[in-house]
Design a protein around this ligand. Structure first.
Ligand code: FES
Ligand code: FES
Length: 161
């Protein structure tokens, strides 16, 4: 099956098998291995991508839903100023992120601080409940996300001022 879609801002086409999932299309057809295969059942977050504007598990998205969609992976997001806001917030508060959980933590943090209202500490921690990582403490994660929100606000103020 032929699937035209937008991947990290580029028009692309995948020629793929109908029983494939988005995670396999990204990894096998486009070499985007930042999307990791963990549980393959929607419960660990390792395969997180932005799918039509929302954080989604690529392991749950069947090939037919990819046609005409817009997808941002961690590789594409890493080229943006928005990524830098979060990476800086994480590094200032010592948040660990390895290859397994990186896409989930960074993309989720971005979704949280992109909303109209910044979530409070407890709300941030609950949002991260669905991501499997035993390495980072909850406390510094909430602080890091709040810091990233401040960094972004200041950056955008300077850029638009
Ligand atoms: S591999 Fe997709 S949520 Fe775990
Ligand atoms: S830092 Fe990646 S799983 Fe914990």
């Amino acid at each position: 099956m032929t699937l035209p879609f937008i991947l990290n801002g580029e028009d692309v086409t995948a020629n793929t098998e109908p029983d494939k999932r988005l995670i396999d299309i990204l990894r096998e057809d486009f070499g985007l291995t930042g999307c990791k295969a963990g549980c393959r059942a929607g419960s660990c977050g390792a395969c997180s991508v932005i799918f039509n504007g929302s954080l989604s598990s690529a392991c749950l998205i069947p090939a037919f839903r990819v046609r005409g969609s817009e997808i941002i992976t961690i590789e594409g997001f890493a080229l943006t100023d928005d990524y830098n806001d979060i990476a800086l917030g994480f590094s200032m508060h010592g948040v660990e992120n390895c290859g397994f959980c990186n896409a989930a933590k960074i993309l989720l943090a971005d979704q949280l601080i992109s909303g109209k209202k910044l979530p409070l500490g407890g709300e941030i921690l609950s949002a991260f409940d669905g991501i499997i990582c035993r390495c980072a403490t909850g406390e510094n994660l909430a602080e890091a996300v709040a810091e990233a929100a401040k960094i972004r606000r200041r950056r955008r103020h300077v850029q638009t001022g």
